[in-house]
Design a protein around this ligand. Sequence first.
Ligand code: FES
Length: 127
Amino acid sequence: MPTIRYVTSGCAVDFADGDDVNMLRVAIRNECHVPYRCASGNCGTDRVHVEDGHENLSAPRRRERERLGDLLDDGWRLACQTYVSGDCSVTWDPDQTALDERATDRSLPDAVNERLARRWLSAEDTD
Ligand code: FES
């Protein structure tokens, strides 16, 4: 059974063989405390450094490439844009904020997070 290790928060989450799971969604569901804001590849708040298991991650798509730029080549990924199919380990700065503040709504940060968390914790939303 593959495992995502969220090293910074000391969290390790197993998932079923053959599954492709969203790294941020798994973190939210298991209270692994990866910072996030938009969950749509715009802000960059949820960037994680991949310590191990690059080969088990989905290939970066255009939005992630545009947001991360050179950070991508240095081993960073956006958890909300990354799907995991095998073992991996990631770290991050617990205090990190958005790469692009213009992509976030500063007036409603908690409400945005709560709404996303509710959606991703809901029983109907399974992927
Ligand atoms: S949470 Fe905003 S880019 Fe992933």
